[in-house]
Write a protein that binds this ligand. Structure first.
Ligand SMILES: [Zn+2]
Length: 886
């Protein structure tokens, strides 16, 4: 699964959870965690569902063939919100049915015990079709013929039990035969192709072929008025399924999926195991994407691409999301984690593979350099004392949702990347192939993965992985380089990295160091550092030596003062990955009070003629962070001038408004620089954006889709009321949700307080297309708080409207939103007021509540410390450059 919410809100976040998971054994069904007894095991489900689309209810019948391993007079399975009307075992009515929605179970009490062997359980049941994406849900969308309803499912983590009574834990693999009766104008899509379709009166009944053995959370069912486009890859039919009339916008994703399927067939060494693969666009509030086997669901914007209005950069997210979910078809679906404490196996792997596979097909996006943003998201959380290990005990399946965070995904992915780099690409792939072969159609724990990687590499991967996956945090390596008799000697030491300067820990990691001269990093020397301290020899003294050359290691490095100064001075001559890593480590050391803010700014000033996209993405986010800190302080104008002085020459070097190259990375950098310079008040950028926008209004073709979001955001930032009204009219005139959202975002950049207030109102007044999902209302608040520089106004609006803003979200999502959103208001009110609000509105005793409070405190303390130091640096060292700024 991929949550679109997660990255959009990522800032500094963490979950406080108990540390100290134990090293574990390979998968065994009998000992896999879970609540259901392992003595009754489902083998095959035959399920017939009859949704009532107007009443938003459904009825169902199912027959489950089960194997009983110990005679019993009681059968326990999962249900939630279902009414069981009838139940029988082997044709005999049960004596009682006890449904407990709190435990999310139904218990069948039998008149006589069933013996070991195979039995048939028959159930009929009824439930509701909800609005929230949990189990079977509905969503509405507009067509030229009026509003239409679509049915869809979202089962992960534990919501299959809302649609049919089930053994809804991942270790209970079974085969499924699904049948659904829908209005005859509907099409229905599930994991497998339809084996028969019949129409009786106004009802269409579709029966789907039997699935392979799989986990219940991978069941999918979507129904509605659909359009399709299709292709074939490696003998498998691949389709994009979308609300009728929008399917052509699936062309880009379909092409990506066809290429990826063949790539994964080869990488995993096992052909895609189902006869077809559908990529299904779901309009409305469905968040992110979900890897249902054979029928992946996507929030519409993560799958459909409209080349007439969207910038090419939107393809990056679509390709990566398709790559992520398709990798799960093997790693997750064919081989499934035993329990939710091993969710990282699924998500860490998919997070890594989405970059690897996307980079393979799109090398000009330079994703490995740019993945730093994701790594930093994980490290920002993982550097706090409140973080948790990658593998976290999940006592109860209701906690499973909380495991979907940046530690599970991005840290898990960074660990896989580091492991691949350490073992070698081919050896690692051979290990993955062995893992797939050994565990196909079954479940695993981390131990199964380590066993396969160890067999392929002849290394002890379990011991290597232990601290990275079972302990919280990551190491800071300090490197002290000296030159003795013409040879560089590096005294290394490791300690846990903390943002909190008073924290210490005795934790140790096995760290794969890649040691190489900073200016010629090819052929790095690889050393595994297992002890607290170690000294290595690094060849002739010839400038600074890196110990994380290539940036594949998930750790930070602090060099001695001389080496550090040399790296800062020569930053422009390092390889791009290393430039990014040095910049990112420097920023983090500033926040951790191990370096002054000037260290980061001096590094930026020394970038010189750099025009690498990844370098500037890291730099721009660092500069924007400081600008956010400066909002409301007198130094803001001077800092904006400094930003302009640094960014303007880069913009001019890449050709300004007419880039000197058609390279995708240059185009992307151009857009980011226009936005950043516009935000910092560059008058030429603002004037040019206005001219281009005015022309665009009469001649849309005059503004290429690549430049539209950047130009509109700059115009929106400085909009007056008439301009704002014009742009606002653009929402209604838009031909697609994506186009409408582009206007919404631009409008929320407006710094004029009255206009900012009008943007806030848009989050509730229906201006935002419902199909874009309710999360966009919250994004507006974030945009107003940061880009429009109106944190107090956004906070006041949030406080007054929080229940309404969140009514479309599940309970879990509301907590999640609180965790991500509330810390963003750090500068909107006095700390005491914010703390009181958090305590009153976040569930008491929940670890996330303590974590939000901690993050708030850390952010405020950092801002208070950094602002005067930045002001002092800019007024002295930065002054030479600001004079050149506009
Ligand atoms: Zn995933």
């Amino acid at each position: 699964m991929k949550r679109s919410l997660a990255l959009a809100f990522a800032f500094f976040a963490s979950f406080l959870m108990l540390a100290g998971a134990r090293a574990e054994a390979p998968f065994s069904f009998e000992t896999a965690p879970g609540k259901l007894p392992k003595t009754v095991v489902p083998l095959d489900y035959d399920i017939a569902l009859r949704p009532n689309v107007s009443a938003l209810t459904f009825t169902g019948r199912e027959s489950v063939s089960v194997r009983v391993t110990t005679g019993t007079s009681m059968i326990v399975l999962n249900t939630l919100g279902l009414h069981i009307a009838q139940a029988s075992v082997d044709g005999h009515a049960v004596s009682s049915v006890v449904t407990d929605d709190k435990k999310q179970t139904t218990t069948l009490h039998l008149a006589a015990p069933v013996a070991t062997g195979t039995h048939a359980i028959r159930l009929s049941f009824a439930g509701k079709i909800g609005e929230q994406p949990q189990g079977l849900f509905y969503t509405k969308f507009q067509t030229s013929g009026g509003e239409r309803t679509m049915l869809a499912t979202q089962m992960e983590s534990t919501d299959a039990r809302r649609m049919f009574p089930s053994w809804d834990e991942p270790a209970f693999r079974a085969t499924y035969r699904l049948q659904v009766s829908v209005p005859k104008t509907f099409d229905a899509v599930s994991n497998m192709p339809a084996s028969s379709t019949t129409i009786t009166g106004d009802t269409k009944t579709v029966t789907f072929a039997r699935t392979p053995k799989m986990a219940s959370y991978l069941v999918v069912l979507c129904a509605g008025e659909f359009g399709y486009i299709q292709g074939v890859s490696d003998g498998v039919k691949v389709r994009v399924v979308a609300p009728k009339g929008r399917e052509q916008n699936g062309r880009y994703a379909l092409d990506a999926a066809e290429r990826l399927l063949a790539y994964y067939d080869d990488y995993f060494g096992i052909k895609y195991p189902l006869p077809k693969l559908d990529l299904i666009a779901v309009p409305g509030g469905f968040p992110g994407a979900m890897e249902n086997w054979g029928g992946i669901t996507f929030t519409q914007g993560d799958l459909l691409f409209d080349p007439a209005v969207q910038p090419d950069s939107a393809k990056e997210g679509i390709f990566q999301t398709v790559a992520h979910e398709m990798s799960h078809q093997w790693f997750g679906d064919l081989v499934t984690m035993a329990w939710w404490d091993n969710l990282w196996l699924n998500e860490g792997f998919a997070d890594w593979m989405q970059t690897k596979a996307t980079d393979h097909f799109n090398p000009d996006w330079h994703l490995w350099q740019r993945v730093n943003g994701d790594v930093e998201t994980a490290m920002a959380t993982d550097g706090q004392m409140t973080t948790h290990p990658v593998q976290t005990p999940i006592e109860d399946e209701t906690q499973a949702d909380a495991a979907f965070d940046e530690i599970t995904y991005q840290k898990g992915g960074a660990f896989i990347r580091m492991t691949e780099a350490y073992l070698g690409e081919a050896v690692f792939r051979d290990g993955i192939r062995q893992y797939m072969r050994a565990n196909a159609y079954s479940n695993t724990t981390s131990a199964n993965l380590y066993a396969a990687l160890s067999a392929a590499s002849h290394q002890d991967v379990a011991t290597f992985a232990k601290a990275w996956t079972l302990d919280p945090g990551f190491p800071l390596v300090t490197a002290d380089e000296t030159c003795t008799n013409g040879r560089t000697s590096i005294a290394l030491s490791q300690q846990r990295f903390f943002y909190e300067p008073d924290q210490t820990s005795s934790q140790l990691w096995q760290i794969p160091l890649r040691i190489a001269p900073a200016l010629s990093p090819q052929g790095a020397q690889v050393t595994l550092m297992a002890n607290k301290t170690q000294t290595v020899s690094a060849g002739p003294c010839d400038g600074p030596v890196l110990v994380n050359a290539g940036a594949s290691g998930y750790f930070r490095v602090q060099y001695d003062a001389t080496t550090s100064a040399a790296l800062v001075n020569q930053i422009a001559r390092l390889a791009p990955d290393d430039r990014v890593r040095v910049l990112a480590d420097t920023q983090a050391l500033v926040v951790a009070q191990k370096a002054p803010p000037g260290a980061f700014l001096q590094t930026v000033s020394n970038l010189g003629s750099d025009d690498n996209l990844a370098v500037w993405e890291t730099t721009l986010s660092g500069l924007r962070r400081i600008a956010d800190f400066e909002v409301g302080h007198p130094g803001l104008a001077t800092f904006d001038a400094y930003r302009r002085s640094v960014l303007r020459p880069v913009f001019e070097r890449i050709g300004g408004w007419a880039p000197s190259s058609s390279d995708a990375a240059v185009a992307s950098l151009q857009q980011k620089l226009i936005e950043a310079l516009g935000a910092a008040g560059d008058q030429e950028i603002i004037a040019q954006a206005r001219v281009r926008y005015a022309k665009f209004r009469t001649d849309p073709a005059s503004l290429p889709p690549n430049l539209r979001p950047a130009v509109l955001n700059v115009v929106g930032t400085y909009a007056d009321a008439p301009t704002w009204d014009q742009m606002h009219a653009g929402i209604k005139q838009s031909k697609s949700t994506e186009e409408a959202l582009m206007y919404v975002t631009a409008l929320c950049h407006a710094r004029d307080p009255e206009l900012a207030q009008r943007c806030l109102e848009m989050s509730l007044n229906g201006d935002i297309p419902a199909e874009a999902g309710p999360v966009n209302g919250l994004f507006d608040l974030v945009t107003v708080a940061t880009r429009a520089r109106q944190p107090q106004m956004s906070w006041a609006f949030y406080k007054a409207n929080a229940p309404k803003l969140q009514e479309h979200f599940s309970e879990f999502e509301q907590v999640y939103i609180g965790t991500k959103l509330l810390p963003l208001f750090w500068n909107a009110a006095p700390q005491a007021e914010l703390e009181a609000y958090i305590k009153a509105h976040m569930p008491p005793g929940l670890p996330q509540t303590a974590q939000v409070l901690h993050l708030l405190d850390l952010t405020i303390a950092t801002a208070n410390r950094v602002v005067p130091e930045v002001d002092a640096w800019v007024s002295t060292k930065g002054a030479g450059t600001t004079a050149a700024g506009r």
